[in-house]
Design a protein around this ligand. Sequence first.
Ligand code: SF4
Length: 407
Amino acid sequence: MTEEKKITGMKSLMELYKAGRGPSSSHTMGPEKACKVFIEKNPDADSFKVILYGSLSKTGKGHGTDSVIKKTFGEKPCEVEFNFTEANLPHPNTMDMYAYSDGEKIDELRIMSVGGGRIEVPGSDLVETPDVYRHTTFAEIADYCRKKDIHLWQYAEEMEGPKLRPYIAEMWEIMKSCIRAGINDEGILPGGLEVVKRAKQLHGSMHIDESPETRENRMVCAYAFAVSEQNACGEQIVTAPTCGASGVLPAVLYYQQKKRNYSDERIVEALETAGIIGNLIKTNASISGAECGCQAEVGSACAMASAALAELFHLDFDKIEYAAEIAIEHHLGLTCDPICGLVQIPCIERNAVAAMRAINAVSLSSFLADTRKMTLDNVIQVMKETGRDLAHPYRETSEGGLAKIKL
Ligand code: SF4
């Protein structure tokens, strides 16, 4: 389990939202980044070896970790070994990398893929980036914003400077392209489970007497399926906060933009507000399924989508906080048990269900915020503790739950 680090601040939202290829930010984007760091550190090496441990070994085949690693090393040969037995690890997604020159080992490095494509080197600042936010709890941030009379998205822009908005706008363009590609795509997902792509079918199958509520449900789900299926195919998505949970937030926002004509500028602001919530969870708990189960991935995505929607609806701080809190609270304990280690079952449907749940959370929050008892900071802490209490088979190992069912 990850050693506790002192929390001194939060990173940029540009590290939370990242464009990249699926299907798993911790199993594909993280290892890819780790390989690039190691190649740069060892320009004279002529061959490499990578040993994958923990969840990286147990679901690495299904997530395509070995092929991403080999592709990243390019012309230089790289042996990839899966170690299924080592249990004494600093993080469930740990990898050891070795560099060789003329058969002699010249360097080695242990890297952890901690979720959302982010990597850490234990005891080193080799890949460390600076903290951009000095506040680390929702209570502190809300207090700061109330005193300055600014919104959460304005707070993000104040802390990050002028580069943030164009960056987030670019991420939104990629999210929209991904949805458009997904609702026009057909066929079978790769990996051997023979899962049929269903976004197009959902998007196009209107019932004759379909109510507006049923239509909303179907369209939001179609958009979530679209992104999640593109992710499962290894196409480009935006981590929100991870690849596996990348369908929730764009589905909610795309539907609302179509329904209510929100401008792209307004959606960018909602994404910035959502980013603050995602960053709080990433900093104080985890966004890694291997570390804290699916509550950390899809639960976090649902909280981000709830906050984004509350922002779009101009709800106040209490309501934004309550919506995000409801979203996490009712994902507590959600296990990560992908069948065959593929980010398909239960992941794709789960993104759709979470997108609907985000809309419900905002609805509840808008009526009941005055009576709430729980804070967002509290529930984030509980999510972390619950995740660490989850038995090992339920943390992205494909050894328990649904993953035991033979299809
Ligand atoms: S079950 Fe959840 S956390 Fe696990 S791979 Fe699927 S989406 Fe990611």
